[in-house]
Design a protein. Structure first.
Length: 152
């Protein structure tokens, strides 16, 4: 009898442990609309709107464009087919803008690309029109504009 109670207790403990680990490991998807981006003394900073804490992480958002409808003759079901395109990607480390940020035109054509380091422009900034033609290219170093070229 003592053995069965002990086994039952161990099973309950394992169930609770697994349940708690599952709860802890569930991520909340943070989207672009969940952060507030501010310019503070020439530095780009990201805060979570929910608690005003500094945000660390990558946000990459996509949209789906329905391209077709497929039909399964065996089941009689039809379902849409989609192409997936990026819309924007931003990155923060300890609240500061970092890495390469990108915004996209329709169907995945890049619109704007900005390089950041420690919250400041650092590297290449480029902008393209909807046809993919480069409009402007700049070089930045630690927030200071070094070079710019506009294209016609």
């Amino acid at each position: 009898m003592k053995n069965s109670n002990r086994t039952l207790l161990i099973k309950k403990f394992i169930f609770i442990l697994v349940f708690c680990l599952h709860i802890i490991s569930c991520e909340t998807n943070i989207g672009f609309d969940d952060i507030e981006i501010r310019e503070e003394n020439g530095v780009t900073v990201g805060y979570l709107k929910s608690d005003n804490s500094l945000f660390t992480g990558d946000i990459i958002e996509f949209y789906r464009l329905q391209t077709d409808v497929d039909f399964n003759s065996a089941t009689g079901e039809s379902y849409p087919e989609y192409e997936i395109y990026p819309t924007r990607e931003v990155h923060f480390k300890n609240g500061l803008a970092s890495d390469v940020w990108r915004w996209y035109h329709d169907e995945g054509l890049i619109g704007t690309e900005i390089s950041y380091k420690n919250g400041k422009y650092h590297g290449v900034f480029q902008e393209w029109n909807e046809l993919g033609v480069l409009l402007i290219s700049e070089i930045w170093e630690e927030g200071e504009l070094i070079f710019t070229k506009e294209f016609e």
